[in-house]
Design a protein around this ligand. Sequence first.
Ligand SMILES: Nc1ncnc2c1ncn2[C@@H]1O[C@H](COP(=O)(O)OP(=O)(O)OP(=O)(O)O)[C@@H](O)[C@H]1O
Ligand SMILES: [Mg+2]
Length: 584
Amino acid sequence: MKSNKAEKSASQWTLFKRILSLAKFQQHWMILAIFMTIFQSVITAFQPYLYKMVIDSVIIPKQFHLLEKWALILLGWLLLQAALGFANSYLSESIAQSVILKLRQYVYDHLTRLKLSFYDKTPVGTAVTRSISDIQTITDLFSSGVITIAGDLIQIVVILGCMFYMDVKLTLITLTVVPLLLFAANRFRKGIRDTFQDVRNQVAKLNAFLQERITGMQMVQLFNREKEEMRRFDQINQAHRDANIRSIYYYAIFFPIVEVLVACSFALIVWYGSGALVQGSIEFGELTAFIMFINLFFRPVRAIADRFNNIQMGIVAADRIFKLIDDTDNIEATSENLAPVLQGGVTFNDVWFAYQQNDWVLKGISFDLSQGKTMAIVGATGSGKTTIAALVNQLYQHQQGDILLDGLNIKDLNITSVRQQIALVLQDVFLFSGSVKDNIRLHHPEIDIEKMINAARSIGAYEFIEKLPGGFDYNVMERGMTLSLGQRQLISFIRALAFDPRIILLDEATSSIDTETEQLIQKAIDRLLEGRTAIVIAHRLSTIAKADEILVLDKGTVIERGNHQQLMSAGGHYAHLYETQIRD
Ligand SMILES: Nc1ncnc2c1ncn2[C@@H]1O[C@H](COP(=O)(O)OP(=O)(O)OP(=O)(O)O)[C@@H](O)[C@H]1O
Ligand SMILES: [Mg+2]
């Protein structure tokens, strides 16, 4: 048990050091901040001493001609203290924000490099919580944790020194409440630590739930799930509240206890001090200064428990973030070897793939598509069509077999350089909030306005976009929900064409579209495939019939292949599929 505890605190210490190392690039500022904090603490600690001097050497001996000088000294002292206070909070907050900026960049960069399979397993809300609120907690660790604690400790030491120097007895009396205070602070710290974990978990849950329901609001309303979803939301919401109340409980009980202890200490000093004053063993200014000292002494003592909390919470949050960024298993490993300019040959050699271990979705797929040819894939839903397209782009990595591009093994090529030459038009078009223009160009410097307009013209979508309010500047709302499916698809076609890829992967949407858009799309597809190697997951007969080869897929295996004519005359699955589905 004990060694376990030691291990835990050792790892906390390692974590803590690692967090500090995040601020390494701010080292000079950190050191400056710590020095200034120390300076401020010392200045503050000496303040009562000045008052004592004023009272005992100016006011009581009635040396009023010195009063002006002392008033100026005191004013200067206070101004200096205020200026240091300002500089300190500004500096430490700036340091914290710069560290956090860097950490957030790092986390975001990491998120963009994670394999898609990571996102299949992680709720969006959780990933968002990691990159927003957990990081925020680390800010507190810097701004009101590490640096301020150094100042607090120094302040306590200096004040204690002054107190002992002035009067040992009074100081000892003041300190009688400290053991109780330490005991309370320790309980407080432990309580907060446990509840904090809980609070963070509940926040992540709440975020994940809300994120999903807001995205899927259509479903919630369509199926009248409002009441049921409300009930589930209530549960999560209540758990969130309870976790917070548990942590607030500790705050609520700790601070009043501290107040009572401080008050006891005051009472003791006033009681003892007045006796000593009457007996003349203490001067009036000294007693006044002492009472001020008590106030100054308990301020950092009171705050320090909370500051340790900030550090502790920062460590908990950092632990989660480090776990996320250390998880290199989920990072795409890719070769340094840049792909040459591709001609467009795509070959699958006995490719096996499973999203989850050994639950094979593709079982030995082979085909050889030469450059400039079009291959159509048809098959029942769930047979693995989209998965094949995803593998050509290596959005997922196949477990067995080889995928070759122009005869080069895709695993030996740098994946970014491969993806640059392949366009994937998805079944479900995703648009970012922003203008149509930005959605087509994706802020790519190589795609200028002219290229974009040419692409739109050449697939015949220019008029449709010009008709939108604002044309290419039309503001697409989140996920493009304000555009029809057909319109979204046309935009994704323009995007694919503007990038002028060698290989195009087209996953046609199944839903039927109005005839006008349908014709537009038909034309657009023809234009898009012209002169490129294409793998088309098609539902339109016109597209399928034009293909050089058709693969018929069933449960992850190719059951038939050939062109339309051959397959129709064979009278097998394709012919049947054609009769029952495609012709409609
Ligand atoms: N990200 C994923 N994680 C786990 N399993 C998945 C994932 N995507 C798809 N699958 C599974 O893989 C199988 C093949 O899916 P795929 O999307 O390739 O089918 P499809 O042929 O494109 O179907 P559809 O015609 O409906 O688009 C399905 O059983 C599906 O449940
Ligand atoms: Mg699909």
